[in-house]
Design a protein around this ligand. Structure first.
Ligand SMILES: Cc1cc2nc3c(=O)[nH]c(=O)nc-3n(C[C@H](O)[C@H](O)[C@H](O)COP(=O)(O)OP(=O)(O)OC[C@H]3O[C@@H](n4cnc5c(N)ncnc54)[C@H](O)[C@@H]3O)c2cc1C
Length: 414
């Protein structure tokens, strides 16, 4: 979903770069001086047709498609499965049920987008949804089914229909594992782990002046830091795809894994590419309140879709005071309401109550969340769950809405 375009603030990008460098050093204990010294005489590591930065759903699904047209190299900064994708819980919204329709899904999305959506993009995403889902089902993903063999569809905030396909409460883990299996079986694809992409190589590195007004920026590949050999390497490619995910870790409370530091946005910005919508960060309303845990553990919205109700510390339900959809209003409305309640009460959390559902149903749908809560002494079939909002990974490195895939030749955003 694309929204009203606004240019990223230079200061923000600089802040991101500084934060990145700090996190870079923290995350990998890399001596930045080595990096700088190396940049001048850099070994040519590889030359490929398609270079993909990132091994989440965006990078892996692109790689499987591109492998039909040439050799693909995926570089990823940590283990191959470490990504936001791996931690995704609730599932993927798509129109598959006969009682549902594209029109309903489009309308729900436009309402949740509060007038900020690009309707053309919403239409494409919604209408192409079933086809994209069929592709990953053909790769081997097992979305849950009910006793009659139909998809067991969940409901999430802002959706007027049950349309969320899921695999228990670990949908992302299922998607990441199945896509990686396909990647390993594909002889046209290689994946390099612990390769930290630092810089997009453009004609700037050949001494040609490039600035924001430059129309024909070419991307030749990347400089990447091989964190195992402590060395910077150069990888050249005809097409480079930035699929490096979001930037949840610029916030102190986030459910994102530590790899989500916004590197791709900073690299594209530094290379004078266009980045948009940087002001849009989504706060998920219900991260588990567990002081000292970082990143936070998410309590999926599907728990509210399963009947979960948000309550004050005294047990009072409060969301209908904010929205007629109650605890299943869109996330931004629910997160703001919880923030308002916490500011009014001075509490650090509110409660999520799912005790009205049968224990076996809760364990069938949310085994991972149940186990996590139990590990800190909360039995969600009997107790209320303390929750608080947290940043999630939905920052979009969106591209010009003329469906032209890039602001310079040679690379595409995720
Ligand atoms: C806890 C949680 C629950 C979620 N639940 C849902 C859900 O139910 N439904 C839903 O639709 N979405 C959900 N999301 C959001 C969803 O996971 C993301 O939107 C999606 O996975 C993003 O995919 P991606 O491939 O763009 O990025 P990611 O999956 O984050 O992959 C990015 C990849 O880039 C790599 N990378 C980053 N920087 C560099 C660098 N400098 N060099 C090399 N590699 C780099 C990372 O290591 C990673 O492999 C959830 C997110 C979280 C955190």
């Amino acid at each position: 979903m694309q929204k009203i375009v606004s240019n990223c603030d230079f200061a923000l990008a600089l802040n991101i770069q500084i934060i990145l460098l700090v996190l870079f050093r923290q995350a990998t204990n890399i001596n930045v001086e080595i990096v700088n010294n190396c940049l001048n005489n850099v070994n040519l590591m590889k030359k490929v047709d398609f270079l993909v930065i990132g091994s989440g759903i965006a990078g892996l699904s692109f790689a499987l498609k591109a492998a039909q047209y040439g050799k693909v190299l995926i570089v990823t900064k940590s283990n191959e499965d470490e990504s936001n994708t791996k931690y995704a819980q609730g599932g993927v919204a798509v129109v598959v049920d006969e009682s549902d329709s594209f029109e309903k899904h489009i309308e729900d999305t436009l309402i949740a987008g509060d007038g900020l959506c690009d309707e053309k993009i919403v239409e494409i995403v919604v209408k192409e949804g079933p086809q994209r889902i069929q592709e990953i089902i053909d790769y081997g993903i097992n979305f849950d089914k009910n006793t009659s063999g139909f998809f067991d569809l969940a409901k999430e905030g802002g959706h007027s229909e049950h349309r969320v396909l899921h695999y228990k409460d670990i949908t992302g883990y299922e998607i990441e594992s199945v896509l990686l299996k396909q990647i390993h079986e594909n002889k046209n694809i290689e994946i390099l782990t612990h390769y930290f992409c630092l810089e997009l190589i453009t004609q700037h590195h050949l001494g040609v002046h490039v600035d924001k007004s430059s129309e024909d920026i070419n991307c030749y590949g990347i400089y990447a830091f091989n964190t195992e050999l402590n060395d910077v390497e150069k990888i050249l490619a005809s097409v480079t795809v930035m699929a490096s995910g979001g930037a949840g870790h610029v916030y102190s409370t986030t459910t994102n894994p530590v790899i989500a530091t916004g590197d791709g946005m900073a690299m594209v910005y530094r290379a004078k590419g266009k980045i948009r919508n940087m002001e849009f960060i989504q706060f998920h309303p219900t991260a588990l309140y567990n002081p000292g845990e970082y990143p936070s553990f998410l309590i999926s919205e599907a728990v509210r879709g399963f009947g979960g109700v948000l309550r004050r510390r005294n047990g009072e339900e409060f969301m209908y005071e904010y929205d007629k959809r109650g605890s299943l209003a869109p996330r931004d409305i629910v997160a703001r309401a919880i923030d308002a309640e916490m500011k009014k009460s001075g509490d650090d959390f509110v409660y999520l109550d799912i005790t009205m559902r049968k224990k076996e149903d809760i364990l069938t749908h949310f085994p991972n969340i149940y186990a996590k809560c139990l590990s800190i002494g909360i039995d969600m079939t009997k107790d209320f769950i303390p929750v608080t909002p947290a940043a999630v990974s939905y920052t979009h490195l969106t591209l010009p809405t003329n469906h032209d895939m890039c602001s310079c030749r040679g690379w595409a955003g995720d």
